[in-house]
Write a protein that binds this ligand. Structure first.
Ligand code: NDP
Length: 330
């Protein structure tokens, strides 16, 4: 079977040279393991952060098969609660087939299209829901600002906030993406963070200030957002994509001053912290999708061999909505 491994760890920007494709022999799964056939690989910005060292999971090392979240079919099982033909999602690696401990994966209902299990009802939708509702707690009428607004998590954050009756402003890279965010996703406004006048544009887009900022990027964008926050605003720290793919980390320069003066609450979270609320999130998301209040935007790339390029491209802002790689048929 084919497997894509980390050839060397990146110090600056991630490139194809950091990966290598290798053939490995398929062996029967060990005790408690299942053999999986990969159907869809989730492409997550966090994968680049795992290559920087320890995060909320063990660091990725050179020589490792590249870890990922994936949707797979069980082809052989040595675990009592999983059988051949079951659909599962969980931690696997960039490969056509892989043996993993059964406890690493969860059985999924066979609801189609399968891509929705990785997008709106998967990590992206759940991260958006739990972060916004569980941590940010927006109230109807408030202004919600979200960065990486055209991306997987950001697109759901904004659409959920609109469904909750908030005014929603996005931040994204480039005029075309901003037009997508307001046109296709229905945000009230969107600011281009590459515009040298971003600061002013943000003020103009948020005439009543910002009550809740959902931060996917950190760095200079977070710095600008902190200036736009209202008193007692909430900053949801979801990720820091501006700092994953470069050696130079630049943090906001107005911390903790503005947090003190404006009585801000800044709180980080990891989607699994809210696993006990997953059923609530999924119910709410299904209702909004059924009512047409949430559009499911997906960006599916074909072929395992294209997985490195898919991740590199995500970090460069190529994607709209949830990016994933289709490795095999449903
Ligand atoms: P996205 O689909 O949002 O794709 C990433 C987007 O980030 C790109 O499309 C790009 O859009 C934007 N981006 C890239 N570089 C920069 C930069 N330097 N400054 C500003 N924006 C940039 O990816 P994900 O949905 O996988 O991840 C979004 C965020 O959510 C990440 O920070 C990730 O770590 C976090 N996350 C956190 C979880 C948690 O449990 N806390 C769980 C899942 C994700 P553009 O063209 O606009 O630049």
């Amino acid at each position: 079977t084919r497997e894509i491994a980390v050839a060397s760890l990146p110090e600056g920007a991630l490139s194809q040279d950091h990966f290598t494709v290798r053939e490995v022999d398929l062996v029967p799964p060990g005790p408690g393991e299942v053999m999986l056939r990969t159907v869809l690989i989730s492409i997550d910005a966090a994968a680049r952060a795992w290559m920087q060292g320890a995060t909320y999971r063990a660091p990725v090392r050179a020589g490792d098969a590249m870890p990922c979240f994936a949707l797979c079919e069980v082809v052989e099982s040595n675990a009592p609660d999983l059988a051949k033909g079951d659909l599962v999602a969980g931690e696997s690696v960039w490969a056509d087939y892989a043996n993993v401990p059964a406890r690493q994966v969860q059985k999924l209902p066979d609801i189609r299209p399968l891509t929705h299990h990785l997008s709106v009802y998967g990590i992206a939708g759940k991260t958006a829901f739990h972060g916004l509702v569980g941590v940010g707690r927006p109230i109807a009428g408030e202004t919600v600002l979200v960065s990486a607004a055209a991306g997987a998590v950001g697109a759901y954050v904004g659409q959920i906030a609109r469904a909750l009756g908030c005014r929603v402003v996005g931040i994204a890279g480039g005029a075309e993406k901003c037009a997508f965010v307001t046109g296709e996703l229905g945000f009230d406004a969107c600011v281009d963070y590459r515009d040298p006048k971003m600061f002013k544009a943000l003020r103009a887009a948020c005439p009543d200030g910002v009550d809740v900022y959902f931060d996917n990027v950190g760095g200079a964008v977070l710095e600008a957002a902190l200036f736009a926050m209202n008193e007692r605003g909430r900053v949801i720290c979801c990720g820091a994509i501006s700092q994953y793919d470069s050696a130079a980390a630049s943090g906001p320069r107005n911390l903790p001053g503005l947090v003190v003066v404006k009585r801000l609450r800044m709180e980080g979270f990891i989607v699994t912290d809210f696993a006990h609320q997953d059923a609530t999130a999924e119910r709410a998301l299904r209702t909004w999708v059924a009512k047409g209040q949430i559009k499911v935007i997906e960006d599916v790339i074909d072929g395992l061999e294209n997985t490195p390029a898919a991740l590199i491209g995500l970090l460069a802002g190529e994607n709209r909505g949830k990016r994933m790689v289709r490795v095999g048929p449903d």
